[in-house]
Every structure is written in C-alpha cells, then in structure tokens.
Ligand binder design. Structure first.
Ligand SMILES: Nc1ncnc2c1ncn2[C@@H]1O[C@H](COP(=O)(O)OP(=O)(O)O)[C@@H](O)[C@H]1O
Ligand SMILES: O=C(O)C1=C[C@@H](OP(=O)(O)O)[C@@H](O)[C@H](O)C1
Ligand SMILES: [Mg+2]
Length: 186
C-alpha cells in the first residue's frame, strides 16, 4: 500500500467525533507513515487549549492557525493528517488538502453525540442543543465533505481498526483516477 501511495499524504476529514484522530493514528501505523493532528500542532504552537483559543482569541484566530498549520504540513510527504472538523469550510484549505488523498469519515450524528456526551474539549458543542448543533454543522459542511476522494461510512459497532482496514481496502480504487497520477500497471 505504501508503495502504491508513493508517499502521497492522506488527509482525514469529517465531523468532530467521527474518529479522525483515533483512526488517523492507526492508519499511519499501517501505512508506515508519520501522523500529524492539526489540532495538536495548533495547541502546541499556541501554548493553550482549543477551548482557550476560542474563548480568548475567537474562532477566527483558530481558523487562521488551522490554515497556517495545514499549509505547513502539506509540504511534507508520507503523512497521515487528522484535521479538525471545520477545516473544510475555508476555500484556501482545499488547495492544501488536494495535495493529498482526502478521506471523509462519516458517522451518524446520533452516534457522534453519544461519543462526545462527556467531552468538554470541543467549544462548538457547548450549546443548549448539541444534537441540533451537530445537525446544523453537518448540513453546512456536507457539500464540502463531499469533495473528498473517498467517502467512508462508519456504523455504530465498527471499531477504529475496522475503519482503518476499510480505508486501506478502498485506497486503490481512487489512486489511478487521481491527478497525482500515481503509476502502476496492475
Ligand atoms: N470506532 C469508534 N468506536 C467508538 N468510539 C470511537 C471510535 N472512534 C473514535 N471513538 C471515540 O470517539 C471520540 C472522538 O474520537 P476522535 O478520534 O477524537 O474523533 P475526531 O478527531 O474525529 O474528533 C473519542 O473518545 C474516541 O475514543
Ligand atoms: O468541527 C469543528 O469545527 C472543530 C473540530 C475539532 O476537531 P475534531 O474534529 O478533531 O473534533 C476542533 O478542530 C475544534 O474544536 C473545531
Ligand atoms: Mg481530532
């Protein structure tokens, strides 16, 4: 698989809680790739949590940091990159994402809510109606997520390992048609 990808980066996109960070780490191991989480890089660079960035500096500052990080990581190869759920909403980010293979992880919002019920690290979910918030974010973002090269739907019972295997099985189907023109006769 690694040979087939020829070092092309893999970007995981999708709603908060779909498992981009969890699956991204596993996928990187399977591919023999490095792993980067854009949220982690932002937190380290800013020296504060995502909640603190949103509270003290505002979402706009967070989004600019996110674009800056994405612009920097896309200069590297052999990376699996877990992005934040809102990265797709800035047009400029797509010019970075399209350097690699983009995988949309898609989980029903009811499952996302269960997974994130006790979570306090996602500022956008501090809402009186978190399910409504997730639904409305998904509605806004679906046209963007749909631009991914691969759409992986995930069921309630699926483990991160199973999702990782599904992504790996699906990658060959998109490689040949893609603009990086990854070569290979078979
Ligand atoms: N396949 C899965 N099944 C059950 N829980 C999962 C699965 N994948 C991720 N989780 C859990 O859901 C939460 C969000 O996962 P995370 O990887 O941080 O998602 P994202 O980076 O997309 O926001 C974490 O608590 C994680 O342990
Ligand atoms: O959906 C979003 O806008 C966000 C998702 C978060 O990352 P995850 O998708 O990894 O949860 C994080 O970037 C921030 O809280 C904003
Ligand atoms: Mg994450």
């Amino acid at each position: 698989m690694n040979n087939l990808l020829q070092g092309v980066n893999v970007y995981l996109i999708g709603m908060m809680g779909v498992g981009k960070t969890t699956v991204g780490r596993l996928l990187a191991q399977e591919l023999g790739y490095g792993f980067v989480d854009t949220d982690d890089v932002i937190v380290k660079a800013a020296g504060k949590s995502i909640n603190e960035i949103f509270d003290q500096n505002g979402e706009g500052v967070f989004r600019q940091l996110e674009s800056d990080v994405l612009g920097q990581v896309c200069a590297f190869t052999k990376l699996t990159i877990a992005t934040g759920g809102g990265i797709v909403q800035r047009q400029e980010n797509w010019s970075y994402l399209h350097h690699g293979l983009i995988v949309w992880l898609d989980v029903p919002v009811e499952i996302l809510l269960q997974r994130l019920a006790e979570d306090t690290t996602r500022p956008l979910l501090k809402d009186n109606d978190p399910l409504g918030k997730l639904r409305s974010l998904l509605e806004t973002r679906t046209p963007f997520y749909s631009q991914a090269d691969l759409h992986i739907t995930i069921t309630a019972e699926e483990t991160p390992e199973q999702t990782t295997a599904k992504i790996i099985a699906a990658i060959p189907s998109v490689l040949k048609s893609h603009e990086w023109k990854v070569t290979g006769d078979s």
